[in-house]
Design a protein around this ligand. Structure first.
Ligand code: ADP
Ligand code: MG
Length: 326
């Protein structure tokens, strides 16, 4: 009996050691994603990663506002005309988006997209578009004009010129869905990194938690330290890749739905939350709300923390984050 137990223990030990970390980088949703899984072999890992990729491509087909074949595009084409019936999955995503608009007092608004053609965020100096053009687009922004009919699963944008887009929440949602699919398939640990929207689960092969380094947006070689990921998500939204300059001032690719103007004052926002979807949406919202109002909101939400780097390089954090400037 004793020797059998020994063999069993040795075998388990052997199996545990055989697990390794496998990673694939790929382009999805117009961005760079990478998927990391724990598996026994490369072949097994590749199969799992394929499943995650197919899942995220499926989501992109459903929610993308720039794919004319998506249900989101059908909703947008029918703005001011008629309600459009959609899959429950998209219906629920829109419903949750509206709930986040309410939490953030309208800072987060998927109907910001009415203005998404006016601003180009390529890091170059930009002329401020015509005021009349901005204000006519702002009139078409307003989550309260997204009418949901749960019984018929329809979505209606009541005003002409309205448009919705999931640029601030879609990648987080995709990361959540890919994670839960792989957990369901029995993958013991991994990280979905949807262009900076990271969602981790389980442990590394040696039993350690996954860790993430939050880098200083002013100097990528420095970081604010390593943070443990315990089956949660961390999302960083920054204006260092997509931004514009107006009179030499830096503006983020995030629009204030009330004014139609891009936001300024914040360089990057990192949000920790149980789900990447929520973290993604809140990180975007803080750019609009500003750091003080934004942190006030974060401090009222359970299991949500934030690190904000302002334009002058100074830091502001929620109550449970302890870091010093590197
Ligand atoms: P990224 O995905 O580039 O890391 P974010 O998650 O912060 O950045 O999302 C920015 C994107 O969100 C913009 O490119 C745009 O598509 C969309 N967006 C801009 N302003 C708003 C807003 N006020 N509410 C909701 N979505 C917005
Ligand atoms: Mg976001």
């Amino acid at each position: 009996m004793r020797s059998k137990l020994m063999i069993l223990l040795v075998l388990i030990n052997f199996a545990a050691q055989a697990q390794d970390i496998f990673k694939r980088e790929l382009g999805l949703m117009g961005s760079n994603f990478d998927i990391t899984v724990i598996a026994d072999s490369k072949k097994e890992a590749e199969n799992y990663i394929d499943l995650a990729v197919v899942e995220m491509q499926r989501i992109e087909e459903l929610i993308s506002s720039w794919k004319s074949t998506s249900q989101t595009s059908a909703i947008n084409r029918n703005a001011g005309l008629k309600p459009v019936q959609v899959d429950n999955e998209l219906f629920q995503l829109i419903k949750r988006s509206i709930a986040i608009s309410k939490i953030t007092d309208g800072a987060f608004d998927i109907s910001f997209a009415a203005i998404d053609k006016i601003w180009v965020f390529n890091g170059e100096e930009t002329q401020v578009p015509d005021k009349a053009l901005i204000s006519s687009s702002v009139n078409a922004i307003g989550y309260k004009n997204i009418k949901l009919d749960e019984k018929n699963s329809t979505v209606f944008l009541t005003q002409k010129g309205m448009k919705i887009g999931f640029g601030a929440i879609g990648k987080g949602y995709a990361a959540d869905k890919a994670k839960s699919l792989l957990m369901e398939k029995g993958v013991s640990g991994g990280i979905i990194n949807a262009s900076g929207d990271m969602n981790a689960w389980g442990l590394q092969p040696k039993g350690e938690l996954w860790k993430v380094a939050i880098t200083n947006p002013m100097d990528n070689s420095k970081n604010y330290g390593l943070f443990d990921l315990k089956n949660n998500a961390v999302v960083t939204s920054g204006n260092y890749e997509k931004f514009l300059l107006i009179d030499g001032e830096r503006y983020a690719h995030i629009i204030d739905p009330r004014t139609g103007m891009p936001t300024k004052g914040i360089l990057s926002v990192t949000v920790f939350a149980p789900k990447a979807e929520l973290a993604d949406a809140l990180a975007t919202s803080i750019f609009v709300m500003g750091s003080e109002v934004g942190l006030n909101m974060i401090n009222q939400l359970p299991d949500v923390e934030a690190i904000i780097v302002k334009n002058d390089g100074s830091l502001a954090t929620s109550t449970h984050i302890n870091i010093t400037t590197p």
